[in-house]
Design a protein around this ligand. Sequence first.
Ligand SMILES: NC(=O)c1ccc[n+]([C@@H]2O[C@H](COP(=O)([O-])OP(=O)(O)OC[C@H]3O[C@@H](n4cnc5c(N)ncnc54)[C@H](O)[C@@H]3O)[C@@H](O)[C@H]2O)c1
Length: 354
Amino acid sequence: MARLLITGGAGFIGSHTCLVLLNAGHDLVIFDSFVNSSHFALERVAHLCGISSCEQNIRMKIIKGDIRDQVALKNLFTDATDEDRPIEAVIHFAGLKSVSESINNPMLYWDVNVNGSRCLISTMNKFACTTLVLSSSATLYGAPKSIPIAETASIQPINPYGKTKAAIEQMLSDLKGVNNNWRIASLRYFNPVGAHPTGHIGEDPLDTPHNLFPFLSQVALGKLKLLKVFGGDWPTPDGTCIRDYIHVMDLAEGHLYALDFLLGNSPEMIILNLGSGIGHSVLEVINSFKKTTGKDIPYEIVARRPGDASIAVADPSKAKEKLGWSTTRTLSEICQDGWNWQVTNPNGYSERIV
Ligand SMILES: NC(=O)c1ccc[n+]([C@@H]2O[C@H](COP(=O)([O-])OP(=O)(O)OC[C@H]3O[C@@H](n4cnc5c(N)ncnc54)[C@H](O)[C@@H]3O)[C@@H](O)[C@H]2O)c1
């Protein structure tokens, strides 16, 4: 089993993936600034995996730090080598992910996402740690010409967030061109949602939620009065945007499959869509959520949001072919698990259950 560095491992997708990796027997070093996450997420991951506090430093060492801090990264790799347990691979989640924030503050996104990734990747290169699984995003496809979207579709991001993801992929492709030892899986996520079925870990945005599911949950809980649906005049059957929602546990498992693939094959850079291949409109999601939770969801259709595309649905066949991975969880399970997380933790991680 490998020792892995997980950047951003306390975040929404990172915490679920840490759980899957620990259960698969890997040991983790988790590096996170906690700018958008909580230590409690990792405590709960340890609890779910049955990791005691004395085992914690071996199975899941936690380091607070920023990926733009090259000294901190160098120390991390040096310490791991000194402990005679070098880092064999990195799963890189750390970054900022709000489309609207990226439009308002593009320089922050270029700094954290692109410069931060550059710092990480160049430190890995120095320590000859050349296996990387990257969180990329379907946002880099922009407004695609055809649906479902294959990995061969053009890269034409329509917002700074998507542009930073495209830039990181380009940086890695250039690096691979001069150093063939690199094994890289760039995973283009579609819309990650849901939570672990126990309700112990889930999505806990520290500021106002920007994505549909956290919004839906907060409206159902009565914390927000109304769900805003951005645009009712898109060229889709009911006029609302269509997305490919993927259960976060399916997504987390995709990382394990990608890691196993990279470690078990000759060095290559693979780019894979991780999605279900099934599209649901915003109104369909609202109805499914209502049905699952029995809660009324008042909503209002407002103007389109800048930077959105009308339809984004994955062609996930390459991930199936290369990794043998595909999603297994339905929209109804997504709603059930996401809601279970919310009702168990109405204030997110600020209320402890372990
Ligand atoms: N959630 C989505 O809808 C989605 C979709 C596509 C891609 N992604 C990508 O997946 C990754 C994880 O997303 P998430 O939903 O778990 O987000 P998240 O905000 O929950 O997790 C990101 C983690 O990175 C940490 N972080 C942020 N900046 C950092 C820095 N400079 N140094 C160290 N740590 C830092 C945060 O504290 C957080 O724990 C991100 O790279 C995101 O762009 C997310």
